[in-house]
Write a protein that binds this ligand. Structure first.
Ligand code: GMT
Length: 379
């Protein structure tokens, strides 16, 4: 069957973060399959680092007139969506986040006076954080119910949304994926040397936006307990509100010089090449895209038994699952794995395999295409 080429609008938060990464990667892959993509966002998505003849960017500008107490971003977005729906004749508008994007899409469609299929993808923060906020839960429910189709990035998020929001709407799980042309295992020995990492040292890595939910202190604690047993370094990548506190904690450990803070980084795949093990000890995590990116580069992970993490890590196969805050257990697993070369090699291989089998971009992009097809209106 030859699939019809579609005109697809995409709205996401374009800044650093898993949902923006996913939305942008999906847009790029859909463009490569011949669809016409229209990003409608407040700024250029940061991963949109290549020119495509069939990707267009519609910037949402918000003027901050002094009469407004708050700049009306949501209204400006809905208005821009309406223009793009009409001017470009969109078939589908795929929005990432129920709040505000799904609500804006519904409003934009109404303003356009022209029908378009609305697909909403839930990424977690909108539900697990905002769903509890009674001021917004009515709007979240509305955005979900008025969408033609709703997806969640894990079964866990799907179930949580059904429980918390109780929408009169079905939710389909579509897992995240990675671009395997960028995330693949490479030789990290030169970079290890450049960072002063000795051959006998194992490298643990954590990547996040350093928000409270990421429990960065647990990462450092796990590392310290691991370091007490084996030579190792901890590489922390990213920036955010808790980084300063994390640096203070690191300073007060006996292994301060083994903990490297690299700040925000672009070439994650290159950095994963230095790593042996990934740590993600979050208290909330709808999926944990960073785990998948690491696994694709041959880095197994230890993650908490939280949200979608157990859907990504298969315990004892490509990593380990521990209870939230259990740094003793996490360190015990880390030491066990990192001091057994054969086991580590097997875990690395299984990690790469499981990404290919369960999260391959081609399969996931096809799933989205089929969902789009089901909401396209006859013109
Ligand atoms: O985790 C964050 O702080 C960023 C957030 C986002 O909106 O980009 O990530 C969410 O979406 C990612 C992509 O689907 C998921 O991999 C993350 O698990 C999810 N974060 C949370 O649920 C806390």
């Amino acid at each position: 069957i030859i699939m019809k080429k579609l005109k697809i609008g995409i709205t996401c938060y374009p800044t650093v973060g898993g949902s923006g990464v996913m939305a942008t990667e999906l847009g790029k892959m859909l463009a490569e399959k011949g669809h016409e993509i229209h990003f409608i966002t407040s700024s250029m998505p940061f991963r949109l680092n290549k020119v495509y003849p069939n990707i267009f960017f519609h910037e949402v500008e918000v003027n901050n007139y002094s009469v407004f107490q708050y700049p009306p971003y949501d209204i400006a977005l809905a208005s821009r969506m309406a223009d793009v729906i009409r001017d470009e004749g969109l078939d589908v508008l795929h929005v990432h986040y129920a709040i505000p994007h799904a609500v804006c899409a519904v409003l934009g469609r109404d303003m356009a006076g022209q029908d378009v299929g609305i697909v909403t993808t839930l990424h977690g923060t909108d539900i697990t954080v905002l769903g509890d906020d009674s001021l917004l839960s009515t709007a979240i429910k509305y955005g979900i119910e008025k969408s033609d189709l709703v997806t969640a990035v894990s079964d866990s998020l799907k179930n949580q949304t059904m429980e918390l929001i109780q929408p009169d709407q079905q939710i389909t799980t579509v897992h995240n994926f990675v671009d395997e042309r960028e995330y693949y295992p490479r030789d990290g020995s030169e970079l290890r040397k450049a960072f002063g990492i000795k051959p006998e040292e194992k490298v643990l890595v954590h990547v996040s936006n350093f928000r409270k939910v990421k429990h960065v202190p647990d990462i450092i604690e796990t590392f310290v307990k691991t370091r007490e047993k084996i030579p190792a370094k901890l590489v922390l990548i990213g920036d955010g509100p808790d980084k300063h506190e994390a640096m203070q904690i690191a300073k007060n450990t006996p292994y301060c010089s083994d903990i490297l803070f690299l700040g925000k980084q672009e070439n994650l795949a290159e950095l994963y090449a230095m790593a042996d093990l990934k740590l993600l000890m979050s208290e909330k995590e709808a999926f944990g895209l960073v785990l998948l990116e690491a696994m694709a580069c041959g880095v197994p992970g230890i993650g908490t038994n939280v949200g979608g993490i157990p859907e990504v890590i298969c315990h004892e196969k490509n990593g380990y699952i521990v209870e939230l805050g259990d740094t003793d257990q996490a360190a015990a697993y880390a030491v066990k794995l990192l001091s057994d070369e054969e086991k580590l090699k097997a875990f690395k291989e299984t990690a790469i395999e499981s990404v290919k089998e369960r999260f391959h971009s081609s399969k996931i992009v096809e799933k989205y295409e089929a969902l789009y097809e089901s909401v396209v209106r006859e013109k």
